[in-house]
Ligand binder design. Structure first.
Ligand code: HEC
Ligand code: HEC
Length: 318
């Protein structure tokens, strides 16, 4: 006799739990996730593109002039997309001199969208040559078609700047293998899947290209994210940090708050006006600081999940 009522209570209880509990708890996340969901208009594409170009894929930190009199070289206003930034042996061991190209309408305005996407994701320029991989097209080839289209939609809105970029001078003959890319197959993970979405962002921002040590001009991919790559640019030397979750030499002891604050401090110009010229960095803090909190937290979630690697880095050796 006693079992019946308790079973009944159990049934009612579980109906209650199943019916109500899931609603209230993940609601907050649904709300946050929903804020990122969007319509499919050209305005929406341009808005998403503006965000990706300026703050995630970081096209403009390479394709504009940077002001290293301030911390981490914020972009010089009025030079957005005009190209001409030089990359040489002191930046990722480029064998020679490579210059970012003009991606304002003066440079690529006449290119069909497919051609811009081919350059961006496969490194094949409409001008007939292949791009040196300091341009992170191998990473961009993993973005969703919608994100690629949104980037091109936004590039079309940049102010036209006529800027003749110097021809690159490579000391090696250069025949890269062209990555095969099928953007239709690339799906952006659901925003709610923080870790996977974070991985997607980390790929698009090409963090690994700077945060992996190099040997003989090759990234040591077995030490991905372990830092120690050296940059000698604009009169300073800096080495990328270990951003694996190793608790001694990486960021394993950082809480989400600490990680977030490290970026958000550069959202206002006051944050990077200090200490001009000294202990400077090539990490485009002012660019990534503009990522929204949701995305920065997703990046944190992903970085927590990668293999911890013990690699002590002295960031400012001089
Ligand atoms: C780390 C620096 C870097 C980043 C980030 C970067 N680029 Fe580039 N990009 C370059 C360099 C350098 C070249 C020229 C390579 C060469 O000459 O071999 C280039 C070339 C290009 C070209 C070829 C233009 C032409 O006239 O042939 C396009 C298009 C382009 N980039 C678009 C983009 C877009 C869009 C993004 C962001 C989604 C981006 N780039 C991000 C460095 C970068
Ligand atoms: C152009 C090269 C470059 C790119 C791209 C880059 N970083 Fe960095 N990063 C550096 C350098 C160099 C440092 C060390 C100097 C400093 O702290 O600014 C650094 C430092 C950091 C630090 C500080 C760690 C510490 O111990 O203080 C974090 C966190 C970080 N990067 C995360 C990222 C993430 C996440 C991305 C991609 C979204 C990224 N970085 C992309 C070059 C880069």
């Amino acid at each position: 006799m006693k079992t019946m009522p308790s079973l009944l209570i159990l049934a009612i209880l579980s109906a209650f739990i199943l019916g109500c509990k899931p609603k209230s708890q993940p609601k907050q996340q649904d709300e946050e996730t929903k804020n990122k969901a969007t319509a499919d208009s050209i305005e929406h594409l341009q808005k998403r593109g503006k965000y990706l170009v300026n703050n995630v894929a970081g096209c403009l930190y390479c394709h504009s002039e940077r002001d290293y009199a301030s911390f981490s070289g914020p972009i010089v206003s009025g030079t957005e997309g005009m190209g001409g930034q030089k990359f040489d042996k002191y930046f990722r061991g480029v064998p020679g001199e490579v210059y970012s190209r003009n991606i304002t309408p003066a440079g690529i305005g006449s290119w069909p969208t497919d051609a811009v996407i081919r350059a961006m994701t496969q490194g094949i320029s409409q001008k007939g040559d292949t791009l040196y991989p300091v341009m992170p097209y191998a990473h961009f080839g993993k973005m969703s078609k919608e994100d690629a289209l949104s980037i091109v939609a936004y590039l079309r809105t940049l102010a036209t700047i006529n800027n003749e970029v110097p021809k690159r001078k490579l000391q090696i003959s250069f025949h890269p293998t062209i990555p095969s890319v099928d953007l239709e197959k690339n799906l952006r993970p659901a925003f709610a899947d923080r870790k996977l979405y974070g991985e997607y962002l980390v790929n698009m921002a090409a963090c690994v290209d700077c945060h992996t040590p190099m040997e003989k001009n090759n990234l040591q991919l077995n030490k991905s994210f372990a830092g120690g790559q050296e940059f000698q640019v604009h009169g300073f030397v800096v080495r990328s940090a270990n951003i694996t979750p190793d608790s001694i030499t990486g960021i394993g002891s950082w809480t989400e708050e600490v990680f977030l604050a490290k970026f958000t401090q550069y959202r206002s110009a006051d944050g990077y006006k200090y200490n001009p010229g000294k202990n400077n960095s090539v990490m485009p803090w002012t660019i990534f600081a503009g990522m929204d909190d949701f995305d920065l937290k997703s990046i944190y979630a992903y970085l927590r999940s990668i293999k911890p690697i013990n690699n002590k880095v002295i960031k400012n050796p001089l």
